[in-house]
Design a binder for this molecule. Structure first.
Ligand SMILES: *[C@@H]1O[C@H](CO)[C@@H](O)[C@H](O)[C@H]1NC(C)=O
Ligand SMILES: *[C@@H]1O[C@H](CO)[C@@H](O)[C@H](O)[C@H]1NC(C)=O
Length: 214
């Protein structure tokens, strides 16, 4: 019940603002016949360069066999030029900002994470900082072009409509599907990992492709 309520709220919000967003334009959701899976014209396309400097709202559901089922709505700032991803969230009156610094990673792929939290009365809680396993990849413009990327069809995604899906083995280990519109903007991604039977589904909405200063 909570889920459907939040989805309705999100839809209502998106509809009022979508029209004014140049990057939500129809052209960015029109694909050539060669990309239609069962068309006689079909030919596997070359992977595109993607647009990686953006800010977006997103809806994410992560679950695993440890009993976790987290559904969140947050705001994402992506800046590969600064090697940074910043995720902001408000919940129960509190505000949190989480920074992932991809210029400081370990050999096994953990990322430097700084989490700042303000309680509802405005007090700042002790800052958390450590290496963590990030759910929020740093999208690089040539990430799909680097090789081995498989076109996995045109799909309809919640909140954004038709997009192309591209599948890669992220860091050689994690099956990742990235959803990209016809203008090269990333509009979501899914991945799974067998170790904890983890699944993560992420839908972007209200995406603006623009350099962000973090
Ligand atoms: C967003 O809109 C601007 C201005 O129309 C355009 O230059 C840019 O290529 C668009 N980006 C995407 C991802 O569609
Ligand atoms: C790298 O990240 C670790 C873990 O968060 C942190 O303790 C350390 O200070 C960071 N190093 C630099 C140079 O920022």
């Amino acid at each position: 019940m909570h889920i459907s309520l939040s989805v309705k709220l999100v839809l209502a919000t998106t509809c009022t603002i979508a029209a004014s967003k140049p990057n939500m334009s129809l052209q960015c959701h029109q694909f050539p016949d060669e990309l239609v899976e069962f068309s006689s014209q079909f030919q596997e396309p070359e992977p595109p360069l993607i647009k990686t400097e953006f800010r977006t709202a997103f809806l994410q559901h992560k679950w695993d066999d440890q009993g976790r089922s987290n559904i969140v709505i947050r705001v994402w700032y992506s800046s590969p030029s600064q090697r940074l991803v910043v995720i902001n969230e408000a919940f129960n009156g509190a505000f949190g900002s989480s920074t992932f610094d991809y210029s400081n990673t370990t050999s096994d792929g953990l990322v430097d994470n700084t989490l700042i939290l303000f309680s509802p009365n405005g007090a700042m809680l002790p800052v958390y900082r450590d290496y963590v396993n990030s759910n929020f990849p740093l999208f690089e413009d040539d990430m799909l072009v680097k090789g081995g990327t498989v076109f996995s069809g045109l799909v309809e995604r919640l909140l954004v409509g038709q997009v192309a899906s591209w599948s890669i083995l992220y860091q050689g280990a994690i099956p990742l599907t990235v959803f990209v519109d016809a203008c090269g903007a990333v509009l979501g991604y899914d991945y799974w990992a067998p170790f904890l039977r983890t699944r993560v589904v992420t839908n972007f909405f209200d995406t603006t492709v623009v350099p962000v200063d973090l």
